[in-house]
Design a protein around this ligand. Sequence first.
Ligand SMILES: [Zn+2]
Length: 276
Amino acid sequence: MEDKILFLGDSFTWGEGLELFIENEKWIKQRELHSEWLQLEVIQDVESIKFREKNRYPRLVGDELNIIPITEFKNGGSFGTNLKFVKDVKIPDLTCIFVQLSQLGRNPLHLTYGCRCSYCTKTHWESIETIYNDILEKKESNGLRYMLDVFGHNEVDNEFLRKFLLFIKWHDRYITELFIEECKKWEQTTPVYFIDSWSIDDSDYWRGYSYINDRLINLTKKDETSTKRWSTFIESFENPYIVDLWPNTVNRHPTLEIQQYLAKSVISHLRENFGY
Ligand SMILES: [Zn+2]
């Protein structure tokens, strides 16, 4: 039986934007247009779905090493969706798990989408980032109202902002520690590794956690040397993101070449650690 490997992450692992690399009239034309997911989702077809699934790094790894890669079904992701996927899908025996790190701010406030507290049910598991954006955009929302109540404020003033920013710092730790606890449970049977976050702030933040730091895999740069840091990895390529190749797309997701180098990195890791 073939080995199974789980690849958790966000849109980078899911392969958003890869369809733009299809060499036919439809997608060549699309490279000149605004092509973030909102625009791309509505023009998907069987060919584009197949192309993305065939060319994202989990599948490239699978084809090279003859293993079955398991990825989340939906575009996007956070620790919250990663945990939900593992819980919902009840994945059988795995060789190992790779977690491509994303951004802390996009997690649901209480990390799990299973939380039924009044905040989570009222706001549909809104993230702290959304509340922060509501504040910046001066938008009335259930999430912001809840936060004002918690801190005993009627409106957003400097004192509330000060408390809220402190709360974000506490919340970053809370989410990270809860997620690490889950990883430790998985690790009782299955090794867990991390791929550094594309977000520089988050990448720096998680370096403070030895649990994560010790499990970061080497990323193979264009010159074939390696680094654990995403920013160093990405700087070794001339056009790492789709927007670098086709500026009108405004799509800040990895190019086909980056997906291939991510696959290379994971393959090296698996060869070294599991003898594939
Ligand atoms: Zn909750």
